[in-house]
Design a protein. Structure first.
Length: 284
């Protein structure tokens, strides 16, 4: 029996190699992987549904779908999460439409290595071409309006929580990489905070500092009348309608820490040119 030749390189994500016997001996075929092939199909169909690369990646991460990761990923060096570039690489890979098998692997004459129909692949490329013509790059889109960007830390590990868009609204997430699980034993794999749950109580407290009772609190905090007046003017810049952006909250020296175990938001603000420090804890 002929010795099985070794293919050059690992199979693309969504495939695995299978060993078959024929009249000439053993050979390797590229066949769909039952675990990852559905993920590839999901990515293509979500792209055709109008979802952006970032949105697709965030959805996969939220659902806990393992990413392809680097070639060196293993049990001791797990793969990182999904990103826009990973999703783009899959959508642009012609192998999923049954073209260009990796060197060293035989073609499956039955067409088993075609995960995506040719018309689906062509439609996705038409989407990319349309975006490129409209914006000058494949996946350009307006930045997501995260009001707490760069201001919110996880109460468990003190890392900045990252913005993520779910179900059409902003959330913040602290995700522990698999490589740090042992160091963060009491930290859930993902800690989430919905922006809607935090921004209303936060703005109510900040705007309340400009009211008479709040101004008395600023005086107690050590501010003179001049400092309190300056802080009052700064707080009134928040207005009463709408949501300020992250830059407006940064100007107020706002810093936040969220404890998911008891749903408490620790708030610190540094107001006025004299740096009046005020703190509170908000139950969400």
């Amino acid at each position: 029996m002929r010795k099985l030749s070794r293919g050059r390189g690992r199979p693309p994500y969504g495939f695995r190699t299978a060993v078959v016997l024929d009249g000439t001996g053993q050979r390797q075929l590229l066949v769909p992987d039952e675990h990852t092939a559905p993920v590839v199909r999901r990515i293509f169909h979500e792209c055709l549904d109008g979802r952006s690369l970032q949105s697709i990646a965030e959805g996969l991460n939220t659902d806990g779908v393992p990413s392809p990761g680097p070639a060196a990923a293993s049990a001791t060096r797990p793969a990182s999460g999904w990103s826009k570039s990973t999703v783009r690489a899959i959508l642009l890979n012609p192998r999923y439409a049954g073209r260009n098998a990796p060197e060293g692997l035989a073609d499956d004459a039955a067409g088993g290595r075609q995960l995506i129909a040719s018309d689906v692949f062509e439609q996705v490329h038409a989407v990319f071409a349309k975006r490129r013509k409209r914006t000058g790059e494949c996946d350009a889109e307006p930045p997501k309006p995260y009001a707490l960007r760069g201001l919110l830390r996880c109460g468990r590990c003190n890392r900045l929580m990252q913005g993520t868009w779910n179900n059409g609204e902003p959330y913040y997430r602290c995700r522990v990489p698999a490589t740090e699980d042992a160091e963060c034993a009491d930290h859930p794999r993902n800690v989430y905070l919905r922006e809607q749950a935090a921004i209303g109580p936060l703005l109510a407290w900040l705007r309340g500092l400009a009211a008479p009772q709040g101004l008395r609190r600023l005086l107690v905090a050590g501010g003179g009348h001049h400092a309190v007046a300056a802080a009052r003017h700064q707080l009134r810049s928040l207005g009463t309608d709408g949501r300020p952006g992250a830059s407006a909250l940064q100007a107020l020296g706002v810093r936040l820490s969220y404890s998911d175990s008891d749903r408490l938001l620790d708030v610190k603000a540094v107001l006025g040119p004299e740096g009046l420090v005020v703190r509170t804890r908000i139950a969400l």
